[in-house]
Design a protein around this ligand. Structure first.
Ligand code: C2G
Length: 443
């Protein structure tokens, strides 16, 4: 019996895949099909897979062409599988010519002609979502590039008060029209303006049936934040808060391990985020330390301990009190049976680490924890310490756009950031602006 093996993502199964499977089947007597696991696809840069692994396996099974279906989960697994299953022939489409010649050491390698005119990427892009970017900050250059990597999203316009910080490739996209007119030409917006404009800009976008991904804080009062989520729900629009950390695989795995009790009961969450920036040059007093870093630093606090803290103590270090510019803010949260603290700074530098303390051990995430691909779980007996590494391309920004695209496709917010967390962040900003319960120092 001649055993043949082939592998693929088989997303949105189409006739190109089926042709390949038929030709693979004809090469021997028994065909094994390896379907790629979600994590494996993310690690190899395929972020925009639309279907779940189960759906993709079911689709391959339904063709009746596979005698056996396995899951491909790690780099190099093909060698293991060829040995394990006694495979005689490895085959794959001609778009991979040369990439698997190394398997000739283990079995015969055959590249089959790829079917032209069809691809999962094209399938996904058929109804590409037209995205408008709103804002003039320099990081929009990075977000534009990351968004361009995501199947199913196409940036079709930019609405900006100034283009001085844009790379020249963005300039042709800048529209000189009102925000209202700008919205007519898009399906969704990514809002990266100053926080004080977010509420009105989100409200108008949703009122026009547009989906919204907005830099955090999406609103600076709890009530207006609540109102925006209700409006989005009533209009069937996605409203998603943009905190790229929430989409880091490593960050989400440490949350899962913490929630499953790996470090025992969580007693304290301590997060620090700072950046040195020349305020005069930056000149943008809207993004003070609380707005710039507060949402990121508060994310693990609210995601691990929840939003029902009993009290909080806020110490604000002003670099410019008239402009409400806090260079350094320290907030302690008191929960039933746990505490949390965040330190955020802009124009102040500290160790940007995240430490989650528990009754059995603790999670340690080194600086810059907010874009980490690595964390440790440490115990009293250090020989039991565990280290975790998850590749993170693009700081989590492209993963965030993938979540946004999938949320729109599913018409369900699959963001890792709950509306409750968004409202808790807005509440902290509200109290900060109302000077409600805060102590201040002049730096
Ligand atoms: N294919 C094809 N014609 C197309 C599209 C895809 O012949 N129009 C083939 C691919 O060459 C591949 C298989 O169908 O052999 C599955 O394609 P994908 O699902 O796109 O997955 P891919 O990442 O290309 O799979 O490690 C090997 C890879 O997993 C191959």
């Amino acid at each position: 019996m001649v055993k043949v093996i082939t592998y693929g993502t088989f997303d949105l199964l189409h006739f190109g895949h089926i042709n390949l499977l038929k030709k693979a089947k004809e090469l021997g007597d028994y065909l094994i099909v390896g379907v790629t696991a979600d994590d494996f696809d993310v690690r190899r840069g395929k972020l925009s897979v639309s279907q779940t692994l189960v759906d993709r396996v079911q689709a391959v099974k339904a063709t009746g062409l596979a005698d056996e279906i396995i899951i491909e989960e790690y780099e190099g697994q093909k060698i293991d599988d060829i040995k394990k299953y006694g495979v005689d022939i490895f085959t794959v489409g001609s778009d991979w010519v040369g990439k698997f010649d190394y398997l000739n050491e283990f079995c015969k390698v055959i590249y089959l002609p790829r079917t032209d005119g069809i691809s999962s990427t094209e399938e996904r892009n058929v109804n590409s979502i037209k995205v408008g970017i709103v804002g003039e900050a320099s990081y929009i250059n990075k977000y534009y590039k990351e968004c361009a990597l995501v199947n199913g999203l196409t940036v079709t316009g930019i609405h900006a008060k100034s283009t001085s910080k844009f790379d020249k490739e963005l300039l042709p996209l800048v529209k000189n029209c009102s925000y209202e007119a700008f919205l007519e030409g898009v399906d969704a917006v990514y809002i990266a303006t100053q926080p004080r404009y977010h509420y009105e800009q989100i409200k108008l976008a949703i009122a026009k049936g547009k989906h919204v991904l907005c830099e955090s804080p999406i609103s600076i009062t709890k009530q207006s934040c609540e109102e925006l989520f209700e409006l989005a729900k009533s209009k069937g629009c996605v409203l998603m808060e943009s905190i790229k950390t929430a989409h880091s695989v490593a960050y989400n795995r440490l949350l899962l391990l913490t929630k499953m009790g790996e470090i025992g009961k969580v007693v304290s969450v301590d997060a620090t985020c700072t950046s040195l920036i020349n305020i005069e040059d930056h000149g943008d007093y809207d993004w003070n330390s609380l707005y710039e870093w507060g949402p990121t630093a508060m994310l693990p606090v609210f995601q691990i301990l929840g939003s029902n803290y009993k009290s909080k103590n806020v110490i604000v270090g002003y670099l410019d009190k008239e402009k409400n510019f806090d260079g350094f803010t320290k907030i302690s949260f008191l929960y039933d049976g746990a505490v949390a603290s965040i330190k955020v700074g802009k124009g102040i530098k500290s160790e940007g680490e995240l430490v989650i303390s528990g009754t059995k051990g603790y999670v340690y995430v080194p600086a810059p924890w907010w874009k980490t691909d690595y964390f440790e779980i440490r115990y009293e007996d250090s020989t039991k310490n565990k280290r975790f590494f998850y590749q993170l391309e693009g700081e989590g920004i492209r993963h965030q756009f993938v979540s946004f695209a999938k949320s729109i496709a599913l018409n369900r917010n699959i963001s890792y950031i709950s509306a409750e967390t968004s409202m808790s962040i807005a509440k902290v900003c509200e109290d900060f602006n109302d000077k409600n319960g805060i102590e201040t120092i002049e730096l």
